[in-house]
Design a protein around this ligand. Structure first.
Ligand code: ADP
Ligand code: MG
Length: 326
């Protein structure tokens, strides 16, 4: 039967907004000496906002005209802001079908601008890379440089280097960025690019410090986001190791590698593309305020609020409880 100390820890946790889904998790959590964090929605607020919309000069028409699909034309523009609006409305059309945080931010921005968003069909997502759909008869791709390399491959893309350079520069400034590429009768063409930022949670740095004080040896970040943005946030928070541009199964590999060197490994995530890593970790922690339903259902520990100090509390409580058991 469950020891009294464990039962009392479960109820103490409950009062502090920490839900242990069983006594065995308290015992394992008391042993955690390495923690992996997802970035987006976990260390950051997950309130991603669109900050930059840039149509590539001459890549879009503003005349609403007759060129193949009425999305694209060859005419260069005097005033690029109309083209920027058009780019945003095309991007929002595709992203209406996606639940990704970048997609939500794109649709939100188009709404705020009062833009008309056309319908999209044949939507498809490529995990960790981007999305594509048909808008007014035209295939539109939205994705990161890896999407361009692996999904669009070796096909010639008009404006490829201009677009990739722009994205790299935005990333160096800590902004997650994607290219918008359209398929025209003449082939692929970079239409423009979009950039996004997210806010680091105000209590994240203090939480990391407390975890370290409480004996966690190794703190890492596992993210699908790009290297430059991830490094920036890792440095702000004093995280030991940052692994970026990861696919869900690559996050799993990192958890397994940590498990070889540590007694017990915890993973903290929101369940968007990190469900397999959460399942692999010895202890999975879901954030009640932010996580997906699946993450909350399968998590071993759920933090009922967005207060990150609940996490060092949960590990300290578990450690204390273990001490009284053995
Ligand atoms: P994270 O949760 O860290 O953002 P993801 O694996 O969800 O990690 O996404 C990784 C990257 O894949 C994103 O930064 C973006 O470049 C690209 N991506 C994923 N989904 C979309 C989407 N709907 N639209 C555009 N890009 C996307
Ligand atoms: Mg995430």
């Amino acid at each position: 039967s469950t020891p009294a100390a464990v039962l009392s820890a479960i109820s103490a946790g409950g009062r502090q907004g920490v839900l242990f889904k069983g006594g065995e998790h308290i015992e394992t959590a008391g042993n955690v000496d390495a923690i992996a964090f997802d970035k987006t929605g976990t260390l950051t607020e997950g309130n991603t906002r669109l900050t930059d919309v840039r149509a590539r000069e001459g890549a879009l028409s503003t005349d609403g005209g007759a060129v193949s699909s009425n999305l694209l034309a060859d005419s260069a523009l005097e005033d690029n802001s109309l083209a920027d609006d058009r780019l945003l409305s095309i991007a929002a059309a595709v992203q209406t079908r996606s639940e990704h945080h970048l997609a939500e931010a794109t649709v939100e921005a188009a709404k705020e601008q009062g833009l008309e968003v056309p319908d999209a069909s044949d939507f498809e997502a490529v995990v960790g890379k981007g999305v594509h759909a048909t808008v007014k008869g035209q295939t539109i791709h939205i994705g990161n440089p890896r999407y361009v390399e692996t999904v669009l491959g070796d096909q010639p893309i008009d404006g490829r280097e201009t677009g990739l350079d722009a994205v790299r520069e935005l990333e160096a400034n800590g902004k997650t960025s994607v290219l918008v590429v359209g398929e025209t009768a003449d082939g692929l063409r970079v239409l423009g690019w979009l950039a996004f930022t997210d806010t680091i949670r105000p209590d994240a740095a203090e939480m990391i410090e407390k975890l370290r004080e409480r004996g966690v040896e190794q703190i890492v970040m596992l993210t699908g986001d790009n290297e430059r943005v991830a490094q920036y946030i890792g440095e702000e928070l004093g995280i030991d190791e940052v692994y970026a541009e990861l696919l869900p199964e690559e996050k799993v590999n990192h958890i397994e590698r940590l498990q070889e060197r540590h007694e017990a490994v915890a993973m903290v995530g929101d369940g968007v593309n990190d469900a397999p890593a959460l399942a692999t970790a010895d202890i999975s922690v879901g954030m009640g305020g932010a996580g997906t339903d699946v993450a909350l259902e399968t998590a071993n520990i759920v933090l009922m609020s967005d207060k990150l100090d609940r996490l060092p509390y949960a590990f300290a409580l578990s450690k204390e409880t273990r001490r009284t058991l053995y």
